[in-house]
Design a protein around this ligand. Structure first.
Ligand code: SF4
Length: 476
């Protein structure tokens, strides 16, 4: 079975795939009381397990299930768990919630909020030959027609991800003399890369990962905290769906770090890929171009949204560009207008430097795709990584080429990607710090830029997974 996940997560060469039909179960939990000796297990015809004691008595054993959160430690079951997750976060799930809303008594409905990524919008725009503004308005119309109450754009939440990344870099650059792991800072918006970093080289890589939340997870904070409060609702009364370019984002949404224990709810309840939205359109018999456009919603209600906006610096969010410009200005008083990329081994591994009088002040790189990630990891392992910051993305060519994007049967993928890139870049760009609503949200919602609230709602943490040292473990 082909995996829909990014290359960094696919285990195509490893013959240890466990299909979802094969239960991910520790077969038995044996009672190992002191003095009980070696446990004898008897398996009944119906598949139940009994522990046979030395005195001849027996005791039925419980099956110990391994949840997704437990199982991210070994390569064998990852694919299985991820495949199960796809089923849990699908357009079918969204339909279930919408049907339950229709049947619910007044006041018992959930508020359904959909947050669409600019990458997904560009992919749908290319498929339907619409411009990004038309696509955004028609998607809003579609989601409202099927029962959503609000439709937002994750370019808005990306403002916070970029600003937090910029600040974190400057702080860590200043700390580097006393803290050897402060740099390089590695971008963390790609969950495929994060999952790989935590599981395969956790102790080496996790200290370098930027703690800034990705746009999807900042949107989770905005919707379940800020927006829910504005609507006078508890977070669990809001059902939050995101539309994303890859399946890996489903994994990100399911991380325990993004679960609200008090209200037993996730910041993002369901992630749909661009392809799943396309399927939803087909199943509903809706042609996107034929829909009447609807006005765009804006998350801070005080701001009106006439057209979608985006950021400079490419289809994966522009982390490198924003951090580079900000750091050049903040640390060295240098204004950078255009960045000059120097391709290294291939076009998915490029670097940028800031120099003054022959001295390199800043050295950044973008490493996309599994091969380039491996190369970067080798440099780090050998202590020979020359970079201060690296924008790391699991997909070759980045997020516009994510595994959940639409493919075309009648067009080479390179040509389609070029179209999607052109559409993505055709919207007006805004600097994150100047985006209407952002400074106000920092002031009122987050209570300041460096506040404890900003740290809780805009940052996250990583968990290095200790690898079992067995003959079966495979070094990536
Ligand atoms: Fe998803 Fe982008 Fe990472 Fe690909 S590069 S796995 S699309 S976040």
């Amino acid at each position: 079975m082909a995996s829909p996940f990014s290359g960094a997560l696919q285990l195509t060469d490893l013959d240890d795939f466990i299909g979802p039909s094969q239960d991910c179960i520790k077969p038995v939990k044996a009672d190992r009381r002191p003095g009980s000796g070696v446990a004898k297990i008897h398996i009944q015809d119906d598949g139940s397990y009994f522990q046979v004691h030395q005195d001849g008595g027996s005791q039925k054993l419980e099956k110990a299930k391994v949840s997704l959160n437990d199982c991210l430690a070994c390569s064998g079951c990852v694919t299985s768990a991820e495949t199960v997750l796809i089923a849990q976060q699908s357009h079918e799930e969204l339909r279930k919630v919408l049907r339950a809303n229709e049947a619910a008594a007044p006041g018992q409905q959930k508020l359904v909020v959909v947050s669409v990524s600019p990458q997904s919008r560009a992919s749908l725009a290319a498929r339907f030959q619409l411009n990004p503004t038309e696509t955004a308005k028609k998607l809003t119309s579609f989601f409202k027609k099927i029962g959503a109450h609000f439709v937002f754009d994750t370019a808005f939440s990306r403002n916070f991800s970029l600003l937090e990344s910029q600040r974190e870099f400057v702080r860590r650059f200043r700390e580097q003399a006393g803290s050897p792991q402060a740099l390089p800072l590695l971008a963390s918006a790609c969950p495929g890369w994060i999952c790989y970093a935590e599981k395969t080289h956790g102790p080496l890589l996790t200290p370098h990962l930027s703690t800034a939340r990705s746009p999807q997870q900042v949107m989770g904070s905005l919707v379940k905290d800020f927006f829910a409060q504005q609507q006078g609702l508890a977070p669990d009364k809001v059902y939050h769906v995101t539309v994303m370019p890859c399946y890996d984002k489903k994994l990100e949404a399911s991380r325990p770090d993004f679960f609200n224990h008090e209200y037993q709810t996730r910041d993002v309840d369901c992630v749909l890929t661009t392809g799943e939205v396309y399927k939803l359109l087909e199943e509903q018999g809706v042609s996107l171009p034929d829909l009447e456009p609807a006005p765009l919603d804006s998350l801070p209600s005080s701001v009106s949204a006439e057209e979608p906006t985006s950021h400079r610096g490419g289809g994966s969010g522009g982390y490198l560009e924003h951090v580079f410009r900000h750091a050049a200005r903040e640390l060295f008083g240098i204004h950078v207008d255009e960045l000059t990329y120097r391709p290294l081994r291939n076009k998915d591994f490029q670097e940028v430097t800031l120099e003054r009088e022959g001295q390199v002040l800043l050295h950044f790189a973008a490493a996309y795709g599994f091969r380039n990630i491996q190369n970067l990891v080798q440099k780090l392992r050998r202590g020979r990584c020359p970079y201060h910051y690296v924008e790391v993305m699991a997909c070759p060519a980045g997020c516009l080429n994510g595994g959940g994007q639409l493919r075309a049967a009648d067009m080479p993928s390179r040509e389609l990607l070029q179209q999607v890139e052109k559409l993505y870049a055709s919207v007006r760009v805004e600097a994150p710090e100047d985006t209407p609503g952002v400074p106000e949200l920092y002031r009122h919602w987050l209570q300041g830029e460096d506040s404890a609230r900003a740290s809780r709602l805009l940052h996250t943490q990583y968990h290095a997974v200790e690898k079992a040292d067995s003959g079966l473990s495979i070094r990536w």
